[in-house]
Design a protein around this ligand. Structure first.
Ligand code: ARG
Length: 260
């Protein structure tokens, strides 16, 4: 009887720990429990992930405007753990329309946000879900804990096969600005740094466009980092903050463009 009970108790744990084929250790991150970020999208060119994103509506992915690729071979993979190989949970789409925020500015990096309209509708299930937009327009306070995920470059210098996540802490804009000569860190941006002094944690190349989740709310989008490299203790990563104007623009864009 007790051994049965023990088996029952351990069974879900065993289910949560599938073999991590070829996946070792974002910067200072860990491989996520597969499909624990069901809204995560991989934006790929020739099977390699160039950006991340989040499914916000069944036919729409929110990402960074600097991820605009405008190439016919770009694909968006939903429901992935290892995005570059075929997995049965995946749903794969092409981009029907790129909708960068109209005032996106490549040099000031202001308004680095974009909607992608998929060429089909995602089926929502255990592996593919939408991420709710924040229900509060309030700024995220310095010290708030956040997490970010992506298939981008790890400390090995190469992109990750498996989705990785890491924990970060919001840094005030003044401190953040002092680490960046330019661009200007505006109130439409959030800065986040690894929470411990000596642990390098950061997003990196290939993680752009991915969601920053702070206190369980979709709060930001991976935008840029220090030109000197990822995971530098002194340079927070910079994220587009999901402000009221962006949330309004997202809602308006999606509702105006709904298929009949
Ligand atoms: N711009 C990069 C990309 O396109 C993301 C950089 C984020 N860097 C950082 N150190 N937080 O993937």
């Amino acid at each position: 009887m007790t051994s049965h009970l023990l088996a029952l108790l351990l069974f879900p744990i065993a289910l949560n720990l599938p073999p991590r084929y070829g996946c070792t250790e974002i910067i200072g991150g860990r491989v996520v429990s597969p499909h624990s970020w069901p809204y995560m999208a991989a934006i790929q060119r020739e099977n390699s992930t160039v950006c991340g994103g989040a499914l916000v509506e069944k036919q729409w992915v929110l990402t960074a405007a600097h991820c605009e690729l405008n190439e016919p071979e770009v694909r968006v993979v939903l429901g992935a753990h290892q995005a570059s190989i075929a997995e049965k949970e995946q749903q794969i789409f092409k981009v029907m329309r790129y909708v960068p925020y109209p005032q996106f500015d490549r040099s000031s990096k202001e308004n680095d946000i974009m909607l992608l309209k998929l060429n089909g509708v995602a089926k929502r299930n255990k592996y593919v879900q939408t991420l709710c937009l924040p229900d509060s327009y309030e700024d995220i306070k310095p010290g708030t804990m956040c997490k970010v995920a992506g298939w981008g470059v790890t400390s090995s210098g190469k992109p990750s096969k498996c989705l990785q996540e890491t924990t970060l802490k919001i840094v005030d804009r003044k401190t953040c600005q002092s680490k960046y000569k330019n661009p200007k860190i505006t109130s439409n941006m959030l800065c986040a740094l690894g929470k411990k002094l000596h642990s390098k944690r950061d997003a990196c190349q290939g993680d752009s466009g991915g969601p920053l989740i702070c206190a369980d709310q979709y709060s930001g989008i991976v935008s840029f980092g220090s030109g000197k490299g990822c995971g530098r203790r002194d340079a927070p990563g910079v994220y587009t903050r999901l402000t009221e104007k962006y949330i309004d623009w997202i809602k308006k864009t999606i509702s105006h463009d709904r298929d009949p």
